[in-house]
Design a binder for this molecule. Sequence first.
Ligand SMILES: Cc1cc2nc3c(=O)[nH]c(=O)nc-3n(C[C@H](O)[C@H](O)[C@H](O)COP(=O)(O)OP(=O)(O)OC[C@H]3O[C@@H](n4cnc5c(N)ncnc54)[C@H](O)[C@@H]3O)c2cc1C
Length: 413
Amino acid sequence: MEAVTEALSQGAFSMELSEDQRDVREWVHGFAANVVRPAAAEWDEREETPWPLIQEAAKIGLYSFEALAQFYADESGLMLPIVNEELFWGDAGIGMAIMGTTLAVAAIFSSGTGEQFGEWVPQCYGSVEKPEVAAFCVSEPDAGSDVSSLRTRARYDEASDEWVLNGQKAWATNGGIANIHVVIASVEPELGSRGQAGFIIPPGTPGLTMGTKVKKHGLRASHTADVFLDDCRIPSRCLLGGKEKLDERLARAREGASAKKQAAMQTFEATRPTVGAQAIGIARAAYEYSLQYAQDRSQFGRPIIENQAIAFALADMALEIDAARLLVWRAAWMGRTGRKFENAEGSMSKLKASEVAVWATERAIQILGGNGYTREFPVERMHRDAKIYTIFEGTSEIQRLVISRAISGMMIR
Ligand SMILES: Cc1cc2nc3c(=O)[nH]c(=O)nc-3n(C[C@H](O)[C@H](O)[C@H](O)COP(=O)(O)OP(=O)(O)OC[C@H]3O[C@@H](n4cnc5c(N)ncnc54)[C@H](O)[C@@H]3O)c2cc1C
């Protein structure tokens, strides 16, 4: 009987999306096509947080914790990548303005207690009338790829039962404009990343200030800024996971146990496909636009797509985008179903998707010729937006490091 059940479950393998997945995809696509895309060029030029669009997303329920929970509940793991691809197909800058909050929510979800989740997550989103955003602050001026060397310190003040944070965070998405900041700080610097913990900085906490807003190459509708923490005092209940758990973890780390490090690595692997899906959304948008353009534009008396040079480029774009999506879906499924990432499949998916996005958007500019290079056409914006994907959430070099270490079991440097 067991064998039959197993055979049936193996035979049940399908690459067909469920009705629910198709419905949600259509719903997000409609929002991306009708609301996001028409506003993309304007907000890219303004370089401001598109609050009216975040509010529109809140009105339809897309910008809400409930929606995120529903997407996450999908047991195949594919819903989150599907939603992200569609939204970022609309526009990546606005997409990030809407999805940036998710990073902080994911951190509270993975490290916080149920009580902390209930208290802080609703405040990350605000309300439909007054939407809010949240920020997840890890990077620092001297700690980008090397997150084990964070200088931001968190000190416990027993007398007041408060944590006191000091330091500078760099390039935080929504940094300084967020209602809730989740900050990773070092409690015991000599323990490296194992001596770090996550803290919630509640709205209006004195000592948290925003540095200069960063002027960027792309993703310009998404706010990025440094965040300064200057004797920033927060109640002890703002330590994610609570003090008892942290003390236990620090004690284990002092003894040299490394099991937790492995767990953290597995978590990164699980979140990377969603980022990859965003890059695929950009790549697909550029591909679709250039495919249409190549059919409409004539030179030498025939549509430019009738030249193999152009048609083959489009064929390669279609191929690479599909290949990247399959890697993303595989990793998302592995993460959601608790499979072990033996070969860093999460990193593989983010690496491939980000490099395909940079390459495909560049090809799209080439296919549009001079028009592709102007701001009258959207592909130059897509190219600018795509580039960040080989840098944030782990650079391409760091992804290759993770993959090569996983496949070889050796300490590649
Ligand atoms: C638009 C934007 C939004 C961001 N949002 C956030 C956010 O919300 N929260 C947050 O915490 N951070 C955020 N970041 C920061 C981002 O995660 C970092 O920029 C990224 O991790 C890279 O760090 P770095 O810029 O310091 O580069 P570095 O670490 O200085 O790397 C520079 C170069 O050296 C290479 N390199 C470094 N170490 C190695 C190595 N061991 N082997 C081979 N090559 C190596 C890198 O791959 C890269 O090419 C954001 C950045 C940007 C630009």
